[in-house]
Design a protein around this ligand. Structure first.
Ligand SMILES: Nc1ncnc2c1ncn2[C@@H]1O[C@H](COP(=O)(O)OP(=O)(O)OP(=O)(O)O)[C@@H](O)[C@H]1O
Ligand SMILES: [Mg+2]
Length: 262
């Protein structure tokens, strides 16, 4: 179980990106994180993976624990060692390296004796990668690069996978495939924290969901339950605001549905 308690983060001196965020990711579950641009979704994943400092950010309060042991004091490599893997925004594969080399790099954190099995599992999950092992990763299509980025993380046999907008910029068919892959990965026992602006997809895949609004947790609950809430439908599932509606602010969402207090 990953437990996030009262987490606050900022960039530099002035930019507050997360304020008092608390929720849990149970083992073997999929939890979706929804929220508009700038809500703090990527910051949350960076905080968990220990990479916030690499982006000029820092935690100012709270804690992140995996099975009671703190993650928030570990460096990124130590977090990977705990089997928590992040696939960052924008599918950052090593473009000049081959697909095989990218996968090998992902396997460095895995015990040598387990790497062949991890590779076989990744190629079973993404047969297309098996057909392109010698190709430079930078020459793959966007969707294939996203699969490689996920496959590289899977080489470390994660117990928790942190996915930052895996569907961004992909064609509908590819988005559907990514969704299937996430379900399959989860079915093999890996918990997934899924950041998505594609709320419909995320709520369909996830067991639970949280909504971030300008750095604060506005809503949390079962994914199916949130998908049916009027506010989530209006704000994230394409419902149109009426012209004379006041803009919906987090406080109003909170009033309507009640904040989950952790
Ligand atoms: N490296 C950084 N330096 C300074 N401020 C940052 C940095 N990264 C993010 N921010 C700021 O922190 C806040 C949260 O950003 P974050 O990237 O976490 O949002 P997000 O929900 O992932 O947005 P998006 O949907 O656009 O990816 C925003 O106000 C953003 O401008
Ligand atoms: Mg982001």
């Amino acid at each position: 179980m990953l437990t996030i308690s009262d987490l606050s983060a900022r960039y530099g001196r002035s930019v507050s990106a997360l304020r008092g965020v608390s929720f849990e990711v149970p083992d073997e579950s999929i939890v979706a994180v929804l929220g508009s641009n700038g809500a703090g979704k990527s910051t949350l994943l960076r905080a968990i993976s220990g990479t916030l400092g690499l982006h000029g950010g820092q935690l100012t309060s709270g804690r992140i624990s995996l099975d009671e042991q703190r993650l928030d004091r570990l460096d990124p490599a130590a977090v990977v060692h705990r089997k928590v893997l992040q696939v960052p925004e924008g599918r950052q594969v090593f473009g000049r390296m081959s697909v095989e080399e990218n996968l090998r790099a992902g396997g460095l954190a895995t015990e040598p004796g387990k790497r062949a099995a991890a590779r076989a599992a990744v190629l079973e999950l993404f047969p297309v990668l098996g057909q392109r092992l010698d190709q430079a990763a930078g020459l793959l299509s966007g969707g294939e690069q996203q699969m490689l980025a996920i496959g590289r993380a899977m080489m470390a046999e994660p117990r928790l996978l942190l996915l930052d907008e895996p569907s961004l910029g992909l064609a509908p068919q590819m988005i559907e495939r990514i969704g299937e892959v996430i379900t399959e990965i989860n079915g093999r026992g890996t918990a997934v924290l899924l950041v998505e602006q594609n709320a419909a997809m995320a709520l369909q895949l996830a067991h639970q969901a949280v909504v971030l609004e300008v750095g604060e947790l506005a809503l949390a609950g079962g994914a199916a339950e949130l998908a049916e809430s009027e506010d989530v439908q209006r704000l994230y599932l394409g419902g149109q605001l009426e012209a004379d509606d006041e803009p919906v602010r987090p406080a109003r969402v909170r009033r309507t549905l009640g904040v989950w207090q952790g």
